[in-house]
Write a protein that binds this ligand. Structure first.
Ligand code: ZN
Length: 233
């Protein structure tokens, strides 16, 4: 059983399409989306409909919540708020109904899946290092928990001895971001987990960044949201 973990698509249709093409080329059995389908980018409806219509198992991200719960926007940066205020009016009732139907946490194939952090998935905490990861190992019982949210691909081991997923140890694995990577590599990022071999790999996929950036400008979204895509920050 091979799982593809995709996260933080953020309305970037070019990046999502490139990643789905790459997934198609691999022997992937199931795709799981870790949330934040929308926000930041210019194609919220297209991205949402691809995930929905392919019946991809999907978690609820904080930007997804913000589409139907304005209270969530209070925690947002200026750029994130500008983007969700542009996005929310474009979504129609079936899109909102789909987002509202998404779960905060899922357990499947012996793994746990949340958008941000397992201890209290609705709080959307940021797990950025071994220290912030450590207490979250108490928030799930499976050997591995997959997360997104920070847009930084990473692997945290419970005993902090390795960054390679291996059997017999427990891990929190950040799949990285499809639509707005922030680790300095502008290519789309996703994860592949082989549940039989118990191995994990981050995969990087180039995509047509200039088209996405042009769409962001044409939509009247903040210029910084276009510029950051080409630097991956
Ligand atoms: Zn995000």
């Amino acid at each position: 059983m091979k799982l593809a973990l995709i996260s933080d698509i953020h309305s970037n249709f070019e990046a999502l399409s490139a990643v789905l093409d790459e997934i198609q080329r691999r022997a992937i059995d199931e795709i799981i989306c870790l949330g934040d389908i929308i926000g930041y980018g210019p194609d919220p409806v297209q991205c949402l409909e691809v995930v929905r219509d392919r019946n991809i198992v999907c978690l609820l991200g904080n930007h997804d919540v913000a589409a139907f719960d304005p209270g969530q926007r209070a925690t947002f940066t200026r750029l994130a708020r500008a983007a969700i205020e542009w996005t929310a009016p474009i979504l129609q009732q079936p899109h909102i109904a789909f987002l509202r139907s998404l779960p905060y946490a899922v357990k499947r194939h012996g793994c746990t899946f949340v958008h941000a952090a397992p201890l209290d998935p609705e709080a959307f905490e940021y797990i950025l290092n071994d220290f912030s990861a450590s207490r979250h190992f108490g928030g799930f019982t499976t050997p591995i928990c997959f997360i997104g949210h920070t847009h930084q691909p990473d692997i945290f081991c419970e005993d902090m001895t390795t960054r390679t997923v291996q059997r017999g140890m427990r891990f929190i694995v950040n799949a990285g971001s499809i639509g707005q990577p922030r680790d300095g590599d502008p290519r789309a990022c996703f994860g592949v987990f082989d549940a039989d071999a118990f191995t994990f790999e981050h995969v990087r996929v180039p995509y047509d960044i200039s088209t996405t950036a042009q769409k962001i400008m044409a939509a009247g979204l903040p210029r910084q949201l276009a510029e950051r895509l080409s630097v991956g920050r």
